[in-house]
Design a protein around this ligand. Structure first.
Ligand SMILES: [Zn+2]
Length: 120
């Protein structure tokens, strides 16, 4: 029996927060804000009971956040974001396609999983 996979929560899709179950066979995700992450370490998934956020992933998340706030990366983002937005708009008008973007996922192992996504 094949059941329909639920879509990811809006926060997870937007990369603005949210938690996703680490179990690959479980499609649970929620809209937990980033500020609440530290209270969710080892919180069990309401669907399958597996951890939604392991300590290893939380530690890694803090490191990634630190990196994201690094002044050099901030400057690079400041320069590249408008360029990619203009290019994205251009491609959308010209060929009706949108640029894929890179996002990262945590899967409970304390390692980052890069994912290429497309805006819906
Ligand atoms: Zn689950």
């Amino acid at each position: 029996m094949k059941t329909q996979k639920r879509p990811l929560s809006k926060s997870v899709q937007d990369g603005t927060g949210g938690l996703k179950c680490d179990n690959v066979r479980c499609d649970y995700s929620d809209d937990t804000p980033i500020s609440e992450y530290k209270n969710c370490i080892n919180k069990p998934c309401p669907d399958c009971g597996r951890s939604l956020l392991t300590r290893a992933d939380y530690d890694l998340f803090l490191k990634v956040q630190e990196l994201e706030n690094h002044p050099v990366l901030k400057v690079v983002t400041l320069v590249l974001t408008p360029v990619s937005k203009v290019l994205d708009l251009f491609l959308k008008i010209w060929k009706n396609i949108s640029l894929p973007y890179l996002s990262v996922e945590f899967n409970g192992t304390g390692k980052l999983v890069p994912k290429i996504r497309r805006k819906q």
